[in-house]
Design a protein around this ligand. Structure first.
Ligand code: SF4
Length: 508
């Protein structure tokens, strides 16, 4: 059974979910059924494996509901020989699985292309063995983390001292696995019921070489990988365009593919005249007049660029190599190409940010509006949330962000610039989930039924009777370099020392 913690419409629009499903479905020795919150394939009499795909920290409680609905104990420690092995993967679990670790029998760290076949093969070899033996066998597969075979150790004042194997023969650290093949992923299901109806999604790049200091999409998935055009991307695009005329080019930074210009030229052919092409966020510095023109011609209405901040100083701190002039040029090219709108993304509460930096963001938007009249501008702003395995993992959420989000609203809304701020309160909960350890698990279990309300999370935290990761320390404090991180036993692409070096370069 492969579950997604949302409706069919949302789940089937997740390329990651589709690809895991297709990989399992292609194996003759696996019969895979799908499960969403509103529907599912007919169930099996007996299920050996229950996979959960998680791409959003706040969806943890929904996963537990799905387990319970299937009559599977939510706590791994309460599962017996006849219960399925519950496994999960994806960026949230790869970055810091600890708050959810007590619910999983196995967490797959890294790229599914490598991990899934090795995981299933290992399980097939010991399918009839007692559960404990199966788990030990899985723990020997590179990149497979079996949380129950590790225990956290705390000092008397509640500081984490380490997460260590509980018996000999279990690896002390687990290495994230990296796929280096020439093809990345593309849709295997094209359906009008998807959130983007009938879209064929193609992953153009994996990771991003820019290394913005807060960015999980870059740091966690390094190295930057780009399939070649002729034997990777074009065949992947062609596969879907027989079935639909809607194409989505996905990736953290698609325009940085070294042959992206050639791909655009190829899509400019007459035979794609009625094909609609959309691209996920592009790097502003890579926007060209050609990109604006071809996207407009292929049905895109707007372009999305992440600027992070209107302040050059702030962009330097976060390593966003983007000059103000390049932002103006991107807006100009979008307009000249025939696009109607430009969506910009920024952040509030970044480490070292001052109110002057926020004023600079407002000012940039106002000047952009003047410079490109007629182009609809909107600014999406989120609060900085620290993510594991990035240089800013040591930095806390800054309470000033809440006021600064409001300040942007005051400056921009009266001038007709749409502001789409993300809730500060939810960013706080996200940080709680992204920097906590296993002690948070009882809160995630208890918040079910009220997890859609901020107050529900706060209440569940207050009511917990077991020791918890301290609220202020986990969410808001800047952590010392020496601190043992809850994910310290899980090796990401870059060593901790390199991340700290990038942190110090940014902030000292
Ligand atoms: S350019 Fe975008 S995707 Fe790349 S590192 Fe920066 S924020 Fe992340």
């Amino acid at each position: 059974m492969l579950a997604f913690p949302s409706t069919y419409t949302v789940g089937i629009t997740s390329l990651g979910y589709q690809v895991v499903w297709a990989t399992l479905a292609q194996r003759p020795d696996v019969d895979v059924r799908r499960l969403f919150t509103d529907q599912g394939d007919p169930q099996h009499r007996h299920c050996d494996l229950f996979g959960l795909s998680l791409s959003w920290e706040l969806d943890g409680p929904v996963l537990l509901d799905l387990l319970e609905q299937q009559r599977i104990p939510i706590w791994a420690s309460e599962r017996g020989d006849d219960d399925p092995i519950v496994f999960g993967g994806g960026p949230v679990l790869t970055a810091n699985p600890e708050p959810l670790a007590p619910f999983f029998d196995a967490v797959l760290l890294g790229d599914g292309e490598l991990l899934l076949p090795a995981f299933i093969d290992a399980l097939q070899e010991c399918r009839t063995a007692p559960r404990a033996e199966r788990l030990r066998r899985l723990a020997a597969v590179p990149g497979v983390y079996v949380p129950s075979l590790y225990a956290p150790r705390y000092s008397s004042d509640g500081q984490l001292l380490g997460v260590e194997p509980i018996e000999a023969g279990i690896p002390g650290t687990i290495e994230k696995q990296t796929w280096r093949g020439n093809t990345l992923s593309h849709s295997t299901v094209i359906t009008p019921e998807a959130a983007w109806p009938s879209i064929h999604m193609v992953e153009v790049v994996r990771s991003c070489p820019e290394l913005c200091r807060f960015c999980l999409a870059s740091y966690l998935t390094l190295p930057f990988r780009t399939p070649s055009l002729d034997d990777g991307l074009i065949p992947a695009v062609e596969k879907g365009l027989g079935a639909t005329q809607r194409l989505g080019l996905l990736g953290a930074s698609v325009t940085q593919h070294p042959q992206f210009g050639d791909l655009l030229q190829w899509l400019d052919q007459d035979r794609f005249e009625s094909t609609r092409v959309s691209v996920s966020s592009v790097r502003a510095a890579t926007v060209t007049p050609e990109l604006g023109r071809i996207l407009a011609k292929r049905g895109s209405k707007s372009l999305t660029i992440a600027i992070e901040s209107g302040s050059e100083r702030m962009r330097e701190v976060v390593n966003k190599k983007l000059a103000t002039e390049e932002i103006y040029a991107a807006a100009r090219y979008a307009k000249e190409g025939g696009l109607n709108g430009l969506k910009l993304y920024g952040m509030a509460g970044l480490p070292s940010e001052t109110e002057a930096d926020i004023e600079a963001t407002a000012e940039l938007l106002l000047q952009l509006k003047k410079a490109t009249p007629g182009l609809r501008l909107s600014l999406g702003v989120s609060t900085f949330v620290p993510k594991a395995h990035t240089p800013f993992q040591w930095q806390g959420v800054r309470p000033e962000a809440e006021k600064r989000l409001k300040l942007l609203g005051k400056r921009l809304k009266p001038k007709g610039i749409e502001l789409r701020p993300e809730s500060y309160g939810w960013s706080v909960i996200q940080a709680l989930l992204s920097r906590s350890d296993r002690r948070l698990a009882p809160v995630i279990a208890a918040v079910r039924g009220r997890h859609e309300k901020l107050g529900g999370w706060k209440q569940a935290y207050r009511e917990a009777e077991t020791p918890l990761p301290p609220w202020e320390e986990v969410i808001h404090q800047n952590w010392e370099a020496e601190r043992v991180l809850p994910w310290e036993h899980l090796n990401g692409p870059l060593p901790k020392a390199t991340l700290r070096k990038h942190h110090d370069e940014a902030l000292t």
